[in-house]
Design a protein around this ligand. Structure first.
Ligand SMILES: O=C(O)CCC(=O)C(=O)O
Length: 313
């Protein structure tokens, strides 16, 4: 069991509500971060042939793994470089791994999510009595991989309904602007819009997976073309920090153009008081067809969404 090193302040709660994002400095114990880093490395170094299959079929019981740099290399010749999600004048070098839902099969990681400092932080920020773990995504940008995480909103990807969905972004390395700092469009969670899910290979291309339905969703705004029109918050971060965003807040990250700095981080997703299951037509979740819940069901009814707050005795 690892508790937070300090409480979330009232000013931080107000900032989360107003901006849809708040950076909490020095709030996680470093011994928890150390264990977290080991678990992330076990996932990144796993021996696997699984690629996008989980995303394509929705039948996965072991998450899904994509090396975006590898996928992109095959596209470099046919794309105008400006539309690919890569830093200007760069080609991806090294790996850019995205692992989705590793907590469904890595029990140690799931335990670190549930018994660590994150559920308490989410309960405080969303003013929730109870919090369930939803899922996670792990990101490794090797030095020079240069792949950006394009602007996107999490809501269209997930099998949930409600407002108290919060995402904790945890760096296990020092993350600088050059190594891939996160950026958020403050206030975008209050625009009342749900955007088409991005394909993560191009800056604005829509996810192309058979069977998904994007009816009624909005096109992403041209954030990079008109940056002055948006309140963009960019955060460097250190181990021990957590950046928390609302699931409707637009966010993305820069590519790692540093020569030597590895950039590993996790996004851990939690659901608070008003959140229920919803088989969202636009969701590519790898576990889309294996959850066994109906729309409106309580997350407690599926083992894969363990209750994380209040703590188990
Ligand atoms: O670390 C990244 O590059 C992306 C993180 C992200 O999209 C998230 O936390 O939801």
């Amino acid at each position: 069991m690892f508790d937070t090193t300090r409480s979330v302040t009232d000013a931080e709660k107000a900032m989360y509500e107003r901006d849809g994002v708040v950076a909490l400095g020095n709030i996680c114990p470093l011994d928890w971060v150390d264990e977290f880093r080991v678990a992330l490395d076990e996932v990144f170094n796993r021996d696997t042939a699984t690629g996008r299959e989980g995303l394509m079929t929705g039948e996965s019981r072991a998450g899904s793994r994509v090396d975006i740099a590898e996928r992109m290399s095959g596209l470099l010749a046919e794309h105008d470089g400006s539309t690919l999600a890569v830093e200007p004048d760069r080609v991806p070098e090294g790996r850019n791994i995205v692992e989705t839902d590793a907590c469904s099969w890595h029990e140690g990681l799931r335990e670190l999510h549930v018994s660590g400092p994150l559920p308490e932080i989410v309960a405080a920020l969303t003013r929730s009595e109870r919090v369930n773990l939803y899922s996670d995504q792990l990101f490794m940008k090797e030095p020079g991989s240069s792949v950006r995480t394009p602007w996107h909103q999490d809501k269209p990807y997930w099998l949930l309904q409600g407002s108290k969905v919060a995402v904790c972004w945890i760096p296990v390395d020092e993350v600088t602007v050059a190594s891939g700092a996160m950026g958020y469009v403050a206030g975008s969670h209050r625009w009342g819009k749900v955007f088409k899910p991005n394909d993560f290979v191009t800056m604005k291309g829509t996810l192309n997976i058979p069977g998904l339905d994007f009816d009624g969703l909005d096109d992403l705004p041209d954030i990079d073309d008109r940056p002055d029109d948006f309140d963009i918050r960019r955060y460097e971060a250190s181990p021990g920090d957590v950046i928390v965003h609302h699931w409707m807040t637009l966010h993305g990250s820069l590519g790692n153009v540093s020569a030597e700095r590895l950039r590993r981080a996790a996004s851990v997703r939690f659901a608070g008081d008003d959140v229920t299951f919803y088989k969202r037509p636009s969701s590519p979740e790898p576990f889309r067809n294996t959850v066994g819940l109906e729309d409106g069901d309580d997350l407690d009814d599926a083992d894969r969404f363990p209750r994380a707050w209040p703590r188990r005795l």
